[in-house]
Design a protein. Structure first.
Length: 251
């Protein structure tokens, strides 16, 4: 190709490079997600409903489009309760989603392999549990994909669900997650079970967990909680008695 004929191609490339990607052009204002306390007449949190309406176009959702309940656990570190929680899930025939950080995936091979072998879904919670809106676009992609590749190489498993660390998101970050081939899964019920120094009374926790059930519910729980481990069998029984079954989200 002559130099004269090459010029249009060079100009075209320069024009394309001057425009940001679709994700980069979106709002990167950081928001902290929470389902809120207000619910509709079907016990569905209004905050989760509004999130779905606004961001489902990016493959991001806080409730599923079903009448089932989905249990999810964020796995930042191990505290000795994951194995008995897995025992309960096995005994109750419930499958759950476990969102791993990079450190957890590296340090807890036996537990992660058990999750996979017993039919649970493994999700991506970020290599370093970093807030995506606070990162550059390239760093945000690396936060997701470095853990994706680690889990793929170490466990032969390809993750497709992402949970934003600390529930922090932006429109741009949600689009970046989608561009990485992931869906973003938030939650429609959570409480401060992660604070191991301030665990609620078991009776109180049981009422809160079982009483929050609604169609399409996504529960966020932490396996570092001794209370969660204690109440999980009865919570599952109560939720089933209320007419709900457990199911995994679409992946």
């Amino acid at each position: 190709m002559t130099a004269k004929r090459l010029i249009p191609f060079v100009l075209a490339a320069a024009v394309l490079m001057s425009f940001p990607s679709a994700a980069y052009a979106l709002d990167n204002t950081l928001y902290g997600y929470g389902q809120g306390r207000e619910v509709n007449d079907e016990n569905c949190p209004l905050g989760a409903i509004m999130f779905n309406e606004q961001f489902y176009k990016y493959g991001a959702y806080a409730m599923t489009d079903s009448d089932t309940v989905c249990l999810t656990f964020d796995q930042g570190y191990e505290n000795g309760y994951t194995a008995p929680i897995l025992d309960t899930l096995r005994d109750k025939n419930v499958k759950a989603v476990f969102f791993l950080t990079g450190d957890y995936a590296k340090r807890n091979e036996e537990l992660v392999r058990r999750m996979i072998d017993e039919g649970h879904v493994i999700g991506n919670h970020g290599m370093d549990h970093a807030s995506l809106p606070k990162l550059s676009p390239n760093d945000a992609r690396n936060e997701i994909m470095s853990l994706h590749e680690l889990v793929k190489e170490k466990y032969g498993y390809e993750m497709t669900l992402f949970r934003p660390p600390c529930g922090e998101y932006s429109e741009q970050a949600l689009c970046e997650v989608k561009d990485c081939g992931y869906k973003t899964l938030l939650w429609s019920f959570a409480y401060c079970d992660w604070n191991v120094n301030d665990q609620p009374d078991a009776g109180e926790a049981l009422e809160r967990v079982s009483g929050a059930a609604h169609g399409g519910a996504v529960y966020l729980l932490h396996s570092v909680s001794a209370t969660n481990c204690e109440i999980l069998p009865e919570a599952i029984d109560r939720i089933r008695a209320a007419g709900y079954e457990f199911a995994l989200p679409e992946i």
